[in-house]
Design a protein around this ligand. Structure first.
Ligand SMILES: [Zn+2]
Ligand SMILES: [Zn+2]
Ligand SMILES: [Zn+2]
Length: 663
């Protein structure tokens, strides 16, 4: 069989041709088969709003290597694909798009807005999937899932109901991180902290019975004084010992504030006397609970001051800060102002300054779930590669706080709780209840909130397999084999999947967790839109070919370290794919009448160089297998490179040329 490959390697033509072939042959499709051992990976579902970036590229190249390798070893390999509905992110995208048509979300109303999001999803939601195909990903596309498809929605409801019945979900008043712009609660890890050059205002609080005497408190957020209910000092602070129990008058407002003693107060901060604002500060909230103080809420959800702010009602929080400081200065309540650098929390979506805010939210009781997840890694049911990430996982679980799972947005899984309009009873159910579980009243109203996006992602390894139904897939593929992900979501995702897997399925969702590095630019900076230093993987595929991109990136991944990437790196990948092409072309040209698949390597009469290259091949395969078992992707890649380039092309092909040309 003489085949002529074109002299120039054209990756576009070849890669598309083979991807097409694989899809037609259903080469990536896996069905449960008890006679074979399964190897399963669930994809970290990219946001449905996503556009392929280098981070996705790295993440999916690694998964594809593992899946194809296991498939070649004879495993029944399944790579489960899908996308995430990405609550706030998607809602914001659609809201912006409607904004260009001058349509406001509130005017549209909930139902019609959600319809608009679905329309958007049907139109653009598969962009990232098409891009993953361009990368060569061998996912079982026939099984593609979406975190809000029918099955996964059923899984979410079922989980919520079970956890609620087990006392692991509760509703409570709590101080939460609030974004006044997105108007939603944010989890602790959705808040980004940033150092700000602010001020420390020292404010005089007069004694009720001796108004010419003051106690001075220091604060970085003076507007919150409108919600003060006490002033606290450390019981061991000699300066204030005699003042405990005295009454102060809150400047401007006139509210009476007791001086209380609390161990939590740091005598070295400011003056050692601190204002207590339970509705607007998480530490004060706890202190307020300890001392039975009633919180005073001074702000609306949008960051505008409410009626409790007196004359400042209707002002934005920062506007109020300036105006209030002016009034305090005028009335001589300010002792001094000092510059003060401090950490300020920002919304990870819109970068607005977070406001600690008191509100009714749904929570998951994390302690029992976290303890089980800690045990799972201690007894090696879950193993981290590289090992160092286990510590990060454990330290988060050891210090875990209850997870606030409700979000005040429209796009997402609506909380399956209904309130009786007659008696106030809460009914939690996986289907809309007909009547109240207590008084049998029929006027029921569903909770307005939706669940945090990470709630549905936490169920991903079993919900995608068909749970809560007892499917053959669930029995065969669960628990999955390996999870490949980024260190940024060890808390958000990995730990929560382990908790949910243990709680719902009684089994960890995966055995091995490989945490890969982050792709940085040449100078070691994060790639970002604002810096404009990103490298578009699709552009690179277009220019160099997917294989060249994949190979170049893998060579750079040393054991989960961050990767400094520049475009010039893809040249080595391209050179290597060209080398392979030329070698194949040379061989096919010289095969004459033989068909490669019909050559029986057992009985052939080998010459010395033939046995040599075959033994080199065997060593290479062994080494690669060992490396891949340890997730040492770059070592495996270098072994292959070395074998092809040096042993095979430089030596073997050169030696046999003499045999071919002088038979
Ligand atoms: Zn926000
Ligand atoms: Zn800032
Ligand atoms: Zn009722």
């Amino acid at each position: 069989m003489q085949t002529r490959l074109s002299p120039q390697y054209n990756p576009k033509e070849i890669e598309d041709k083979w991807y097409h072939f694989w899809e037609q042959e259903e080469s990536f499709h896996s069905v449960p088969d008890p006679s074979k051992e399964p190897y399963t990976i669930v994809i970290p579902p990219p946001n449905v709003t996503g556009v392929l970036h280098m981070g996705h590229a790295l993440n999916n190249i690694l998964q594809d290597i593992l899946v194809r390798w296991r498939r070649m070893q004879g495993y029944n390999a399944l790579w489960m694909p899908g996308t995430d509905h990405a609550g706030i992110a998607t809602q914001n995208v659609v809201e912006r798009e409607l904004g260009t048509k001058r349509i406001k979300r509130d005017e549209l109303g909930r139902e019609r807005f959600v319809e608009e999001v679905w329309k958007w999803k049907h139109k653009y939601g598969s962009t990232i999937i098409q891009q993953l195909k361009k990368l060569g990903s061998s996912c079982d596309w026939a099984r593609e899932r979406f975190t809000m498809d029918e099955g996964l929605s059923a899984a979410v409801k079922e989980t919520f109901v079970r956890l609620y019945k087990r006392g692991l979900i509760y509703k409570g008043t709590y101080i939460i991180n609030w974004c006044p712009r997105c108007r939603t609660a944010l989890a602790d890890d959705e808040v980004e902290h940033e150092e700000h050059e602010g001020h420390l205002w020292h404010i005089k609080y007069p004694f009720k019975d001796a108004p010419h005497l003051f106690l001075i408190v220091a604060t970085t957020r003076p507007e919150t004084m409108l919600g003060d209910v006490a002033v606290a000092v450390n019981p061991r602070d000699d300066r204030y010992k005699d003042m405990i129990g005295e009454i102060l008058t809150l400047p401007i407002v006139g509210r009476e504030l007791p001086v209380i003693a609390d161990e939590f107060v740091d005598p070295s901060f400011g003056t050692g006397a601190v204002k207590v604002t339970p509705a607007h500060d998480p530490n004060d909230f706890e202190m307020g609970k300890r001392h039975n103080l009633t919180p005073v809420v001074i702000m609306q959800e949008n960051g505008v001051m409410n009626e409790c702010a007196g004359d400042y009602e209707g002002m934005d929080r920062f506007e109020c800060r300036d105006a209030l400081v002016e009034e305090l200065k005028l009335k001589k309540f300010i002792e001094m102002v000092t510059p003060h650098q401090h950490s300020v929390g920002h919304c990870y979506r819109c970068h607005c300054v977070i406001e600690p805010y008191l509100s009714e939210q749904w929570f998951i009781r994390m302690r029992p779930l976290a303890d089980a997840a800690i045990k799972a890694s201690q007894n090696k049911s879950v193993i981290f590669f590289p090992e160092r990430w286990e510590k990060i996982y454990l330290s988060w679980l050891e210090n875990v706080r209850d997870w606030c799972i409700s979000r005040q947005i429209w796009w997402g899984h609506r909380i399956p709780a209904w309130y009786c309009q007659d008696c106030g009873e809460v009914t939690v159910a996986d289907n809309t209840p007909v009547k109240c579980s207590k008084c049998s009243g029929t006027t029921l109203k569903q909770d307005e909130d939706v669940l945090d996006t990470w709630f549905s992602s936490a169920l991903w390894p079993f919900s995608t397999m068909g749970w809560p139904a007892e499917t053959p897939e669930l029995r065969y593929y669960y628990p999955t084999s390996t999870l490949v992900t980024d260190r940024g979501i060890i808390y958000f995702w990995v730990a929560r999947m382990v908790m949910m897997g243990l709680e719902i399925m009684n089994h960890v969702p995966f055995t091995n967790v490989y945490i890969h590095g982050t792709i940085l630019d040449e100078q070691g900076r994060k790639m970002s839109k604002s810096l404009g230093n990103g490298i578009d993987p699709l552009l690179m595929i277009d220019q160099y070919g997917a294989d060249a991109l994949r190979f170049s990136i893998i060579v750079l991944t040393t054991e989960g370290q961050d990767i400094k990437l520049s475009e010039s790196r893809f040249e080595m990948g391209r050179n290597f794919t060209n080398k392979l092409w030329n070698a194949a072309r040379f061989i096919l040209m010289n095969l004459e009448e033989e068909h490669p698949q019909e050559i029986n390597i057992e009985s052939t009469d080998y010459q010395f160089e033939d046995t040599w290259i075959l033994s080199r091949l065997t060593t290479t395969i062994k080494a690669c297998t060992l490396y891949l078992e340890q997730f040492k992707f770059n070592d495996a890649a270098m072994k292959i490179y070395d074998f092809i380039w040096h042993s095979f092309c430089d030596w073997y092909l050169e030696i046999i040329k003499t045999r071919l040309y002088n038979p």
